[in-house]
Design a protein around this ligand. Structure first.
Ligand code: HEC
Ligand code: HEC
Length: 261
Protein backbone atom coordinates (compact mmCIF):
# COMPACT_ATOMS: atom_id res chain seq x y z
CA UNK A 1 0.00 0.00 0.00
CA UNK A 2 2.85 2.40 0.89
CA UNK A 3 4.70 1.37 -2.23
CA UNK A 4 1.68 2.32 -4.34
CA UNK A 5 0.88 5.52 -2.47
CA UNK A 6 4.51 6.67 -2.78
CA UNK A 7 4.50 5.79 -6.50
CA UNK A 8 7.91 4.12 -6.40
CA UNK A 9 7.02 2.13 -9.53
CA UNK A 10 5.79 5.20 -11.43
CA UNK A 11 9.20 6.85 -11.46
CA UNK A 12 11.27 3.68 -11.53
CA UNK A 13 9.53 2.12 -14.55
CA UNK A 14 10.02 3.31 -18.12
CA UNK A 15 6.39 2.53 -18.93
CA UNK A 16 6.34 4.61 -22.14
CA UNK A 17 8.98 2.38 -23.71
CA UNK A 18 7.51 -0.81 -22.29
CA UNK A 19 10.22 -1.16 -19.64
CA UNK A 20 9.84 -3.84 -16.96
CA UNK A 21 8.52 -2.76 -13.52
CA UNK A 22 11.17 -1.16 -11.28
CA UNK A 23 13.94 -1.62 -13.86
CA UNK A 24 14.36 2.17 -14.18
CA UNK A 25 15.25 4.20 -17.26
CA UNK A 26 12.32 6.60 -17.11
CA UNK A 27 13.51 10.06 -18.20
CA UNK A 28 12.67 12.75 -15.64
CA UNK A 29 13.01 16.31 -16.90
CA UNK A 30 14.35 18.83 -14.38
CA UNK A 31 15.37 22.47 -14.89
CA UNK A 32 18.97 21.20 -14.63
CA UNK A 33 18.81 18.50 -17.30
CA UNK A 34 17.39 14.99 -17.69
CA UNK A 35 17.81 12.28 -15.08
CA UNK A 36 17.08 8.63 -15.82
CA UNK A 37 15.65 6.76 -12.87
CA UNK A 38 17.81 3.85 -11.66
CA UNK A 39 16.88 0.17 -11.53
CA UNK A 40 15.50 -0.60 -8.04
CA UNK A 41 14.40 -4.16 -8.77
CA UNK A 42 16.23 -6.75 -6.65
CA UNK A 43 18.67 -7.70 -9.41
CA UNK A 44 22.04 -8.03 -7.67
CA UNK A 45 24.18 -6.59 -10.49
CA UNK A 46 22.09 -3.81 -12.00
CA UNK A 47 19.41 -3.19 -9.35
CA UNK A 48 19.45 -2.96 -5.57
CA UNK A 49 19.41 -6.71 -4.84
CA UNK A 50 22.81 -6.49 -3.14
CA UNK A 51 21.80 -3.52 -0.94
CA UNK A 52 21.45 -4.19 2.78
CA UNK A 53 18.46 -2.82 4.64
CA UNK A 54 20.80 -0.31 6.29
CA UNK A 55 21.90 1.01 2.89
CA UNK A 56 18.29 1.21 1.72
CA UNK A 57 17.32 3.14 4.86
CA UNK A 58 20.16 5.57 4.30
CA UNK A 59 18.89 6.27 0.76
CA UNK A 60 15.31 7.00 1.87
CA UNK A 61 16.11 8.76 5.15
CA UNK A 62 19.24 10.67 4.08
CA UNK A 63 19.35 10.70 0.26
CA UNK A 64 22.70 8.90 0.18
CA UNK A 65 23.48 6.15 -2.35
CA UNK A 66 25.23 2.85 -1.72
CA UNK A 67 28.68 4.22 -2.57
CA UNK A 68 28.16 7.23 -0.27
CA UNK A 69 27.33 9.77 -2.99
CA UNK A 70 24.55 12.29 -2.51
CA UNK A 71 21.42 11.45 -4.48
CA UNK A 72 19.60 14.19 -6.38
CA UNK A 73 16.33 15.41 -4.89
CA UNK A 74 14.37 14.47 -8.04
CA UNK A 75 14.23 11.32 -5.94
CA UNK A 76 11.81 12.71 -3.34
CA UNK A 77 13.94 11.70 -0.35
CA UNK A 78 13.34 15.13 1.26
CA UNK A 79 9.75 13.83 1.71
CA UNK A 80 10.52 10.15 2.31
CA UNK A 81 12.86 11.10 5.16
CA UNK A 82 9.70 11.65 7.21
CA UNK A 83 8.65 7.98 7.01
CA UNK A 84 8.75 5.83 10.12
CA UNK A 85 11.49 3.20 10.60
CA UNK A 86 8.86 0.52 10.37
CA UNK A 87 7.43 1.74 7.07
CA UNK A 88 10.89 1.99 5.48
CA UNK A 89 11.63 -1.57 6.65
CA UNK A 90 8.33 -2.80 5.19
CA UNK A 91 9.10 -1.11 1.86
CA UNK A 92 12.49 -2.84 1.77
CA UNK A 93 10.90 -6.24 2.40
CA UNK A 94 8.29 -5.65 -0.28
CA UNK A 95 10.77 -4.40 -2.89
CA UNK A 96 13.06 -7.37 -2.32
CA UNK A 97 10.11 -9.68 -3.03
CA UNK A 98 9.53 -8.22 -6.52
CA UNK A 99 10.91 -9.86 -9.68
CA UNK A 100 14.57 -9.03 -10.38
CA UNK A 101 15.16 -7.44 -13.79
CA UNK A 102 18.64 -7.04 -15.27
CA UNK A 103 18.94 -3.61 -16.86
CA UNK A 104 21.92 -1.28 -16.67
CA UNK A 105 21.30 2.27 -15.45
CA UNK A 106 21.45 4.94 -18.12
CA UNK A 107 23.81 7.89 -17.43
CA UNK A 108 22.12 11.19 -16.64
CA UNK A 109 22.19 14.17 -19.00
CA UNK A 110 22.70 16.93 -16.47
CA UNK A 111 24.45 20.17 -17.27
CA UNK A 112 27.61 21.27 -15.49
CA UNK A 113 27.69 22.15 -12.59
CA UNK A 114 24.42 20.44 -11.69
CA UNK A 115 25.83 16.98 -12.36
CA UNK A 116 28.45 17.45 -9.64
CA UNK A 117 26.99 15.47 -6.80
CA UNK A 118 29.22 17.03 -4.16
CA UNK A 119 27.44 20.36 -4.73
CA UNK A 120 24.37 18.69 -3.22
CA UNK A 121 26.10 19.27 0.09
CA UNK A 122 25.11 22.96 -0.08
CA UNK A 123 21.60 22.27 -1.29
CA UNK A 124 21.11 19.88 1.60
CA UNK A 125 22.26 22.41 4.18
CA UNK A 126 19.77 24.92 2.77
CA UNK A 127 16.76 22.74 2.07
CA UNK A 128 16.96 19.30 3.70
CA UNK A 129 15.81 18.46 7.23
CA UNK A 130 16.27 14.71 7.84
CA UNK A 131 14.29 12.56 10.25
CA UNK A 132 10.92 10.91 10.76
CA UNK A 133 7.90 13.17 11.20
CA UNK A 134 6.82 13.35 14.81
CA UNK A 135 3.11 13.66 15.62
CA UNK A 136 2.03 17.17 16.56
CA UNK A 137 0.53 17.25 20.05
CA UNK A 138 -2.93 18.78 20.25
CA UNK A 139 -3.90 17.70 16.73
CA UNK A 140 -6.23 14.74 16.14
CA UNK A 141 -4.98 11.26 15.21
CA UNK A 142 -6.62 11.66 11.79
CA UNK A 143 -4.85 14.99 11.17
CA UNK A 144 -1.48 13.50 12.14
CA UNK A 145 -2.06 10.45 9.95
CA UNK A 146 -3.07 12.71 7.07
CA UNK A 147 0.00 14.89 7.54
CA UNK A 148 2.22 11.80 7.55
CA UNK A 149 0.71 10.45 4.33
CA UNK A 150 0.63 13.82 2.52
CA UNK A 151 4.10 15.02 3.57
CA UNK A 152 6.20 11.86 3.85
CA UNK A 153 4.56 9.22 1.66
CA UNK A 154 2.55 10.74 -1.21
CA UNK A 155 4.85 13.79 -1.21
CA UNK A 156 2.14 16.26 -2.36
CA UNK A 157 4.44 19.25 -1.82
CA UNK A 158 7.00 17.96 -4.31
CA UNK A 159 4.53 19.04 -6.99
CA UNK A 160 2.09 21.42 -5.27
CA UNK A 161 4.66 23.80 -3.70
CA UNK A 162 6.54 26.29 -5.90
CA UNK A 163 10.34 26.20 -5.95
CA UNK A 164 13.08 28.81 -5.80
CA UNK A 165 15.85 29.12 -8.40
CA UNK A 166 17.91 26.43 -6.69
CA UNK A 167 15.03 23.99 -6.78
CA UNK A 168 14.25 24.23 -3.06
CA UNK A 169 10.64 24.22 -1.92
CA UNK A 170 9.34 27.69 -1.00
CA UNK A 171 7.83 26.67 2.31
CA UNK A 172 6.21 30.05 2.89
CA UNK A 173 4.10 29.30 -0.21
CA UNK A 174 3.39 25.66 0.70
CA UNK A 175 0.68 23.99 -1.42
CA UNK A 176 0.00 27.15 -3.45
CA UNK A 177 0.76 25.39 -6.74
CA UNK A 178 3.51 25.39 -9.32
CA UNK A 179 2.54 26.60 -12.80
CA UNK A 180 6.02 25.72 -14.11
CA UNK A 181 6.61 22.24 -12.72
CA UNK A 182 8.92 19.81 -14.57
CA UNK A 183 7.54 17.89 -17.55
CA UNK A 184 5.28 20.85 -18.39
CA UNK A 185 2.95 20.08 -15.47
CA UNK A 186 0.71 22.94 -14.35
CA UNK A 187 0.09 22.16 -10.72
CA UNK A 188 -2.84 23.98 -9.09
CA UNK A 189 -3.09 25.77 -5.75
CA UNK A 190 -4.69 23.38 -3.24
CA UNK A 191 -4.73 25.71 -0.24
CA UNK A 192 -8.07 26.94 1.09
CA UNK A 193 -8.19 30.16 -0.93
CA UNK A 194 -11.70 30.32 -2.41
CA UNK A 195 -10.78 32.14 -5.63
CA UNK A 196 -7.44 30.58 -6.62
CA UNK A 197 -7.28 27.44 -4.46
CA UNK A 198 -9.78 24.77 -3.43
CA UNK A 199 -11.47 26.68 -0.61
CA UNK A 200 -14.86 25.67 -1.98
CA UNK A 201 -14.10 21.96 -1.76
CA UNK A 202 -15.34 19.94 1.22
CA UNK A 203 -13.00 17.43 2.84
CA UNK A 204 -15.17 14.70 1.27
CA UNK A 205 -14.48 16.15 -2.20
CA UNK A 206 -10.72 15.83 -1.64
CA UNK A 207 -11.10 12.28 -0.33
CA UNK A 208 -13.26 11.36 -3.35
CA UNK A 209 -10.70 12.83 -5.78
CA UNK A 210 -7.95 10.74 -4.17
CA UNK A 211 -10.09 7.63 -4.72
CA UNK A 212 -11.56 8.17 -8.19
CA UNK A 213 -9.72 11.13 -9.76
CA UNK A 214 -13.00 13.03 -10.11
CA UNK A 215 -13.35 16.69 -9.08
CA UNK A 216 -16.58 18.26 -7.71
CA UNK A 217 -17.21 19.71 -11.23
CA UNK A 218 -17.30 16.14 -12.55
CA UNK A 219 -14.00 16.56 -14.35
CA UNK A 220 -11.22 14.01 -14.08
CA UNK A 221 -7.72 15.10 -13.14
CA UNK A 222 -5.05 14.35 -15.71
CA UNK A 223 -1.31 14.87 -15.98
CA UNK A 224 0.81 13.91 -12.95
CA UNK A 225 -2.24 13.80 -10.70
CA UNK A 226 -3.81 10.86 -12.56
CA UNK A 227 -0.64 8.94 -11.65
CA UNK A 228 -0.93 10.02 -8.01
CA UNK A 229 -4.55 8.87 -7.82
CA UNK A 230 -3.61 5.35 -8.91
CA UNK A 231 -1.55 5.22 -5.73
CA UNK A 232 -3.97 6.93 -3.34
CA UNK A 233 -6.77 4.68 -4.66
CA UNK A 234 -4.89 1.85 -2.91
CA UNK A 235 -5.21 3.56 0.50
CA UNK A 236 -8.13 2.92 2.86
CA UNK A 237 -11.09 5.33 2.97
CA UNK A 238 -9.95 6.38 6.45
CA UNK A 239 -6.48 7.25 5.13
CA UNK A 240 -7.89 9.33 2.26
CA UNK A 241 -10.20 11.11 4.69
CA UNK A 242 -7.19 11.78 6.93
CA UNK A 243 -5.27 13.37 4.04
CA UNK A 244 -8.34 15.53 3.29
CA UNK A 245 -8.54 16.65 6.93
CA UNK A 246 -4.90 17.68 6.84
CA UNK A 247 -5.13 19.47 3.47
CA UNK A 248 -8.17 21.45 4.70
CA UNK A 249 -6.06 22.74 7.61
CA UNK A 250 -3.36 24.28 5.40
CA UNK A 251 -3.32 28.10 5.51
CA UNK A 252 -5.00 29.71 2.51
CA UNK A 253 -2.69 31.43 0.04
CA UNK A 254 -3.90 33.63 -2.80
CA UNK A 255 -2.07 33.17 -6.09
CA UNK A 256 -2.17 35.43 -9.11
CA UNK A 257 -4.54 33.26 -11.02
CA UNK A 258 -5.65 29.68 -11.27
CA UNK A 259 -3.32 27.94 -13.74
CA UNK A 260 -5.29 26.65 -16.72
CA UNK A 261 -5.15 22.86 -16.87
C1 HEC B 1 9.55 11.42 -8.59
C2 HEC B 1 10.25 10.23 -9.02
C3 HEC B 1 10.65 9.20 -7.99
C4 HEC B 1 9.87 8.58 -7.03
C5 HEC B 1 8.39 8.81 -6.74
C6 HEC B 1 10.73 7.62 -6.38
N1 HEC B 1 11.99 7.67 -6.88
FE1 HEC B 1 13.58 6.56 -6.28
N2 HEC B 1 14.81 7.69 -7.44
C7 HEC B 1 14.39 8.57 -8.42
C8 HEC B 1 15.56 9.08 -9.14
C9 HEC B 1 15.54 10.05 -10.29
C10 HEC B 1 16.70 8.49 -8.53
C11 HEC B 1 18.16 8.73 -8.90
C12 HEC B 1 18.70 9.90 -8.11
C13 HEC B 1 20.16 10.17 -8.41
O1 HEC B 1 20.69 9.69 -9.42
O2 HEC B 1 20.80 10.88 -7.63
C14 HEC B 1 16.18 7.61 -7.48
C15 HEC B 1 16.99 6.84 -6.66
C16 HEC B 1 16.50 5.86 -5.79
C17 HEC B 1 17.34 4.94 -5.05
C18 HEC B 1 18.87 4.85 -5.16
C19 HEC B 1 19.18 3.85 -6.24
C20 HEC B 1 20.61 3.81 -6.71
O3 HEC B 1 20.91 2.93 -7.54
O4 HEC B 1 21.41 4.64 -6.27
C21 HEC B 1 16.51 4.12 -4.33
C22 HEC B 1 16.90 2.99 -3.40
C23 HEC B 1 15.15 4.56 -4.60
N3 HEC B 1 15.18 5.61 -5.50
C24 HEC B 1 14.03 3.97 -4.06
C25 HEC B 1 12.75 4.51 -4.20
C26 HEC B 1 11.60 4.04 -3.44
C27 HEC B 1 11.61 2.88 -2.46
C28 HEC B 1 10.55 4.83 -3.80
C29 HEC B 1 9.13 4.83 -3.24
C30 HEC B 1 9.04 4.93 -1.79
C31 HEC B 1 11.04 5.79 -4.79
N4 HEC B 1 12.38 5.55 -5.00
C32 HEC B 1 10.27 6.77 -5.38
C33 HEC B 1 13.10 8.94 -8.66
C34 HEC B 1 11.99 8.61 -7.87
C1 HEC C 1 3.43 14.24 -9.37
C2 HEC C 1 2.95 15.54 -9.01
C3 HEC C 1 1.78 15.62 -8.03
C4 HEC C 1 1.70 15.10 -6.76
C5 HEC C 1 2.74 14.27 -6.02
C6 HEC C 1 0.41 15.48 -6.25
N1 HEC C 1 -0.27 16.22 -7.17
FE1 HEC C 1 -2.18 16.96 -6.98
N2 HEC C 1 -2.10 17.66 -8.89
C7 HEC C 1 -1.01 17.58 -9.74
C8 HEC C 1 -1.36 18.14 -11.04
C9 HEC C 1 -0.45 18.23 -12.25
C10 HEC C 1 -2.71 18.53 -10.94
C11 HEC C 1 -3.57 19.15 -12.06
C12 HEC C 1 -4.26 18.01 -12.75
C13 HEC C 1 -4.96 18.43 -14.02
O1 HEC C 1 -4.57 19.44 -14.61
O2 HEC C 1 -5.90 17.72 -14.43
C14 HEC C 1 -3.14 18.23 -9.58
C15 HEC C 1 -4.43 18.46 -9.09
C16 HEC C 1 -4.84 18.26 -7.78
C17 HEC C 1 -6.13 18.63 -7.24
C18 HEC C 1 -7.28 19.29 -8.02
C19 HEC C 1 -7.22 20.78 -7.83
C20 HEC C 1 -8.13 21.55 -8.74
O3 HEC C 1 -8.21 22.78 -8.57
O4 HEC C 1 -8.76 20.95 -9.64
C21 HEC C 1 -6.11 18.29 -5.91
C22 HEC C 1 -7.23 18.50 -4.89
C23 HEC C 1 -4.83 17.70 -5.63
N3 HEC C 1 -4.08 17.70 -6.80
C24 HEC C 1 -4.44 17.24 -4.39
C25 HEC C 1 -3.24 16.55 -4.15
C26 HEC C 1 -2.90 15.93 -2.89
C27 HEC C 1 -3.76 15.99 -1.65
C28 HEC C 1 -1.69 15.32 -3.07
C29 HEC C 1 -0.93 14.45 -2.08
C30 HEC C 1 -1.76 13.45 -1.38
C31 HEC C 1 -1.27 15.57 -4.44
N4 HEC C 1 -2.23 16.32 -5.07
C32 HEC C 1 -0.08 15.14 -4.98
C33 HEC C 1 0.24 17.04 -9.43
C34 HEC C 1 0.54 16.34 -8.27
Amino acid sequence: MLFQAADCAGCHTDAKSGGAPLAGGRPLATPFGVIFSPNISPDRQTGIGAWSEVEFRRALRHGIGRDGDYLFPVFPYPAFTGMSDRDIGDLYAYLMSRPAVAREDRPDELRVPFRWRFLQRFWRVLFFRPGPLRPVAGESAAWNRGRYLAEAVVHCQECHTPRNLLGGLRSSRAYSGNPHAPDGMKVPNITGDAATGIGKWEADDIAALLKTGQTPDMDFVGSGMAEVVKGTAALSDADRQAIATYIKSIPAIRTEKKPAS
